[in-house]
Design a protein around this ligand. Structure first.
Ligand SMILES: [Zn+2]
Length: 120
């Protein structure tokens, strides 16, 4: 149950474990959110820490689940909103805790999917 403290861990196994933990933490955050938001935020914090330590990218599908600015775990319809801007073809995710916006393009043409499968 220990993750080495060195920053040079390149072992794929550790990354897989880290990724698994990140997924678990987000799932847990989701589960406790309605009872304890502080705890949910704490889980996000931990997940990000693990990711940074082991240089693991937070999975694409989890990225909209937290605010990069204030670290809040986001649940759409509760403390976050997302809307589509069809003229610019972007999705705007807004954190209602700090107002931070994250813009993600959608409907990308082929050939633009660089870095898509970097860690698989
Ligand atoms: Zn925020």
């Amino acid at each position: 149950m220990s993750i080495p403290r060195t920053r040079r861990v390149k072992n794929k196994e550790y990354k897989e474990i880290a990724l698994e933990r990140i997924n678990i933490l987000f799932r847990e955050a989701d589960a406790v959110f309605h009872e304890d938001r502080t705890l949910a935020n704490r889980y996000v914090q931990l997940a990000r820490k693990i990711g940074m330590k082991l240089n693991v990218v937070i999975p694409k599908e989890l990225k909209p689940r937290f605010c990069r600015k204030c670290g809040e775990f986001l649940v759409y319809g509760v403390n976050a909103k997302h809307r589509l801007d069809s003229t610019q073809k972007i999705v705007i995710y807004t954190c209602l805790a700090c107002g931070n916006e994250r813009k993600v393009p959608y409907g990308l043409e082929k050939g633009k999917n660089k870095k898509e499968s970097v860690d698989s």
